[in-house]
Structure formats: C-alpha cells, structure tokens
Design a protein around this ligand. Structure first.
Ligand SMILES: *[C@@H]1O[C@H](CO)[C@@H](O)[C@H](O)[C@H]1NC(C)=O
Ligand SMILES: *[C@@H]1O[C@H](CO)[C@@H](O)[C@H](O)[C@H]1NC(C)=O
Length: 315
C-alpha cells in the first residue's frame, strides 16, 4: 500500500459529503446489520435504479464510521488496492461482510460507492449481539428450610447487550417484581446478569423455581429450573399437622365436657333416688357435681392451651 493510494482514498472520502443522490441514476440501499460476536456479519446492500436498469461497474467502495473522517475499509477492485480493517470484504457487490465481529464494530456507518454511472452513499448500522450462558440458580443458605429465609440467585454471563432475568414458581406465578437485577459489564464488553430473589418465609409448595434469561429484545435465551431442596423441618411441621393438633385439642375439650355432664347427670339421678334428702345432703350433692364439671372443663381448656403453645413454639 503506497501513501499515494492512501492519499487518493482520503481525497475520495473527503469528497463524499458532496454526493447528491438526486444526480445519480440509482440508489444504494443497505439493511441494518445484526452480527454475532466472533462470527461473520452480512451487510446486505443493493442498487435500485430510478429508471431502466443498466450494467453497473463499481470502481471504488469506502466504508466510514459515522463521526470519523478516515474510512475503516476501502477498496478499488480493478487496481487490487485496499486499505483499512482486513476483516471487511465485499461479499457480492455491493453487499459487504465483516468477519470475526466484535462489540467495538457496533455503530453507524457511511457506505460510499463510485461506479461507471455515478457515485452514491448510504448510512446503515451494525448491531452486535452475544448469547448469554444458560443461567444457574444458587442459594446463599446451605440448607433451605420450609417457612425459613431463602435468598436465591440466578446468574448468566457472556451476553450482549444487557439483558434481564425473570423468575417464576412451580405454578408459573411471576416473582420478577420481588427480585433485584444486577448487570455488570466486563472489560471485554460482555454483560453478566445476577438476579436475587429473597424470601423471609419460603414455602416448599412454590418449588421448583424457574429463572429465564431474556436478551435486550425480551426474547428468551435460556432458562433453568431450581434443583434446590426445601426441607420440611421436623421442629417445624407443615400446616397439615397443626390442623391435626387443633383437632386433638378440640376432642379433649369436648370429651371433658361430656364426661363432666355425665357425672352431673349421675349425681342428679342418685340424689333423686335418696328421698327425702337432708338439707345438708342437698348442698353436698349439688356442690360435688359442680366441682367435677368445672374441674373437667379446666382440664380440657388447659390441655387445649398446652397443645396450642407447643404448636406455636415450633413455628
Ligand atoms: C444498535 O446499534 C446502535 C448504534 O450503536 C445503537 O444506538 C442501538 O441502541 C443498537 N440497537 C440495539 C437494539 O441494540
Ligand atoms: C413477569 O414480570 C415482569 C416484571 O413485572 C414482566 O416484565 C414480565 O413481562 C412478566 N412475565 C410474564 C411472562 O408475565
């Protein structure tokens, strides 16, 4: 590459802003390009005639980043001369391709061509993407216990641009609003996402949890279902066994009442058989069943209270 060629190309590029498409017989069109990091990006361009199509011969192409004067790629096919980034190529005139796409290639470009029928230029963008790794779910707690605290993390890395993470439980309830997302960009430009979902009291019925990674267009890129085990702690029985305890307490209270009532009836009958009773006996006969009855009720209530206390202690 001689410096004369470089000068020539620089002169071409400096003249680019003067190009007026209205003077051309044709229009150069390019689609916005979306590339994947490390892969080849195709920049699809075409020539559209305003009038009857004629054979076009391209003498020069030059690609310049918006805001820059020097082109990042230029070629004059007939002179076998090229400058700039060797990753660019004319794929099939006037389409281009970019090998080994990098994040730094993202941006707006000005594409200029000079032909036997005149010159034309167009602007297009290159966007770059990278797919996130499949997410991984971890927890802060070594062991997650039902009704206990739990902090779940879902992490994915190596993606571009910044994406997001959504959470769902076993019944597909969306927990995303309760989660906080942290997005960090590494030196390589790639993003790492980490979403934290915290529970003060987790319910084993919600498991397994699923987290989903979405790219910046909200398209799902991957998902993981948690394999975390939520233990039923025996000091902390699930609600069904509390119901059983409530039932037992109830049976004890009602049983005590029935026993009390039966004793009262028995005393009454015995009193009626002893006619005529002494006034002293009447008082005795009335007090004894009452004491027994009240005693039974107290025993029943105490038993119920005891059951409830033991159950509450387990919570
Ligand atoms: C595409 O790239 C342009 C230029 O860098 C940028 O402004 C835009 O946000 C990108 N679009 C998407 C969807 O990432
Ligand atoms: C889940 O919730 C998030 C945040 O509110 C929302 O952006 C997302 O669209 C929801 N996803 C579904 C599938 O409903």
């Amino acid at each position: 590459m001689t410096s004369a060629t470089l000068l020539f190309l620089v002169l071409i590029l400096l003249s680019v802003p003067d190009v007026k498409s209205s003077e051309s017989l044709f229009k150069l069109k390019c689609q916005p390009a979306v590339g994947v990091i490390g892969q080849t990006t195709h920049i699809s361009c075409s020539i559209e005639f305003y009038t009857k199509p004629k054979p076009v011969v391209i003498n020069t192409v030059a690609l310049t980043r918006s805001g820059e004067k020097k082109s990042c790629f230029a070629i004059r096919p007939f002179e076998n001369k090229r400058i700039g980034d060797s990753r660019f190529e004319v794929e099939k005139e006037p389409s281009l391709q970019l090998h080994n796409t990098a994040i730094s290639d993202e941006g707006e470009y000005r594409y200029y061509i000079r032909t036997n029928l005149g010159q034309e230029q167009v602007r297009f963008t290159i966007n770059v993407t990278a797919k996130y790794s499949n997410p991984i779910i971890t927890s802060v707690q070594k062991e997650i216990v039902n009704d206990g605290a739990a902090d779940l993390y879902c992490s994915a890395s190596g993606g571009y641009p910044a994406g997001t993470i959504h959470w769902f439980d076993q019944s597909n309830t969306n927990w995303t609003k309760s989660a906080t997302l942290q997005s960090t960009q590494g030196n390589d430009g790639l993003f790492s996402l980490s979403s934290k979902l915290s529970f003060q009291k987790i319910d084993s019925l919600w498991a397994p949890f699923r987290c989903v990674v979405l790219n910046n267009r909200y398209e799902e890129e991957g998902g993981t279902t948690s394999t975390l085990e939520i233990k039923d702690n025996w000091d902390n029985p699930p609600s069904s066994s509390s119901t059983v305890n409530n039932g037992i307490a109830g049976v004890v209270v009602i049983g005590s009442l029935i026993v009390g009532l039966l004793i009262v009836l028995l005393f009454k009958r015995r009193r009626n058989q002893h006619i005529p009773p002494t006034s002293d006996g009447t008082v005795k006969n009335n007090i004894a069943p009452c004491v027994v009855f009240i005693g039974s009720v107290i025993v029943g209530v105490l038993t119920a209270v005891l059951f409830k206390q033991r159950r509450d202690q387990r919570k």
